[in-house]
Design a protein around this ligand. Sequence first.
Ligand code: CTP
Length: 216
Amino acid sequence: MSGALANRRVLVTAGPTYEDIDPVRFIGNRSSGKMGFAIAEAAAARGASVVLVAGPVSLATPAGVERVDVRSAAQMREAVLARLPVDVYISAAAVADYTPADTAEQKIKKGAGAMTLELVPTVDILAEVAAHGQRPRLVVGFAAETSDVGRNARGKLEAKGLDMIAANRVGVAGSGFESDDNALSVYWPGGARELGPGPKTRLAGELLDLVSLRLA
Ligand code: CTP
């Protein structure tokens, strides 16, 4: 197999994370995992050696991809760090930014009044990978934006020390979390490209074309 991704080690994260409150409740989000799974599948088809760290999703494992299932942001972080070094890291997962300060061992009973849940920040896995001693050659992030897409995405590119960021426009019909289609605005230092709208499977290939160009 030829091409910039042939025989490269590619690590992809996908899906939501679930942050447990007690044995029956959790904080999650609406990520379907489809974009990350499509990227993993397309990278494997290009001859890369692909590990897919997946949050809780009901999707079939793409052909030729090694899958690691995790639940929480902390577990996703552990799985990712254990797989370094890699050549390319693509962070498509919708990782929780906050997690409960404590997970109750017993189901929390309702009381009479209001209840407050204390949340603490999770580690930003993407920023950590980008600053890691075994930093992948290419670190690609995602951003979910509802407004000011370019400015916000470029801000994250810079703040997290990324090589590329793909901004999803959420809250727009025909793109985003549960849809089979998406539209991405991709930014890298000195360049930008609009991908789609179109099927996530096609966009995954187009994103990998940009990744390949940056790698070459
Ligand atoms: N990310 C991560 N670890 C976290 C949180 C996010 O690796 N604990 C990654 C996601 O996989 C994604 C990117 O960081 O690639 C999203 O960045 P984030 O700053 O969370 O942006 P948004 O989700 O767009 O949220 P916000 O605008 O609220 O910052």
